[in-house]
Design a binder for this molecule. Structure first.
Ligand code: BV8
Length: 274
């Protein structure tokens, strides 16, 4: 049985091809096809698709662990969870969604137009796929911050040997602040001001705002689309299931991010011009 064509691909490709500025926001759904678990909702993946990532995940609830309070209460448990996720991200490969967005960025930039990729993901798969203008709204699991100095380090790609991990920037092994926490934005924490400023500017100046693989329930990330709508930009969403923005966007695509973004990149490639 042939799969039906994905709707609105030609419309989205045409909007990208004629835009002076494109702003895309992604969430965990873009990394689902790389085997990384999402926070909420369906993924269309099975437990075995996630391999070892499926085993421990069921014991951990991100909403309760992705907080400074959880870290203060049990730094060992929280840093074990984040180190396990970090190793899962390192073992994962970018999928067709990441590669499609990198190709779309290359084509937009080749025309001299602006392309900004806002991501809520902390896995660095966009950068590994070749995306360049990436704004990490929620930080990254690949960097960890010393509580004593506030400085960031990028740990080696192997498991920490103790939890919470000791900071290499603090010699005094008895210093209780001589430990590392993941450089991600926890619930209740402010987003990096420079990331917010870049996101606001991109959303407020784009001709097309495309939301991919996010449940659009976490703020302020879920609010940037409003800046684009206020400007009268075209808006589109690619997501496996309906979200609070599905009825607001001009083109709502119910499909897997890999297939949809691959189709958009292909449609762009078949258009005249660079
Ligand atoms: C803050 C990093 C000031 C850590 C994360 C209004 C304004 C401001 C704040 C708030 C507000 N209302 C409430 C708040 C507080 C809170 C918030 O938004 N809570 C929500 C839950 C109601 N916001 C904050 O705390 C933020 N801080 O604003 O500070 C402040 C403080 C207190 C009070 C007021 C103001 C900080 C938010 C950042 C939290 N950190 N992560 C980590 O990764 O561990 S958030 C976490 O959720 C991840 O970053 C994740 O990316 C993000 C959003 O989730 P999604 O990416 O959307 O993933 P999800 O699983 O939900 O959805 C995936 C979607 O993909 C699904 O729809 C699925 O159908 C789809 N899908 C799956 N597979 C595929 C697919 N689609 C296509 N293809 C597929 N293959």
């Amino acid at each position: 049985m042939t799969t039906p064509p994905i709707e609105h691909i030609a419309d989205i490709a045409a909007a990208i091809g004629s835009a002076d500025s494109v702003c895309v926001i992604t969430g965990a759904g873009v990394s689902a096809e790389s085997g990384l678990r999402t926070f909420r909702g369906v993924t269309g993946m099975t437990a075995e698709d996630h391999g070892s990532m499926a085993s421990l995940w069921k014991d951990f609830d991100p909403a309760t662990l992705a907080t400074a309070e959880a870290f203060a209460a049990d730094p060992e448990r929280v840093t074990r969870w984040y180190d396990w996720r970090r190793l899962g991200c390192l073992a994962a490969e970018p999928n067709a969604a990441h590669l499609g967005l990198a190709e779309i960025e290359r084509r937009v930039a080749a025309r001299g137009a602006e392309f900004t990729l806002l991501t809520q993901n902390v896995d660095r798969l966009h950068q590994r796929a070749g995306s360049r203008n990436v704004v990490e709204l929620h930080g990254t699991i690949m960097a960890w911050r010393c509580l004593r100095t506030g400085k960031e380090v990028e740990p080696e790609p192997r498991p920490f040997d103790r939890f919470p991990p000791r900071s290499p920037l603090v010699d005094d092994s008895s210093d209780p602040l001589g430990v590392l926490r993941p450089s991600v934005v926890w619930f209740g924490e402010m987003l990096p001001p420079d990331a917010v400023a870049r996101a606001e500017a991109a959303a407020a100046s784009c001709d097309l705002f495309l939301s991919v693989g996010t449940s659009s329930v976490v703020y302020p990330a879920a609010g940037f689309i409003q800046r684009a709508r206020e400007r009268g930009a075209d808006t589109a969403e690619i997501n496996l299931e309906p979200t609070p923005i599905s009825r607001l966007v001009r083109w709502s695509v119910r499909a897997k991010a890999g297939a949809a973004l691959g189709a958009v990149a292909a449609a762009l490639g078949s258009r005249p011009g660079p």
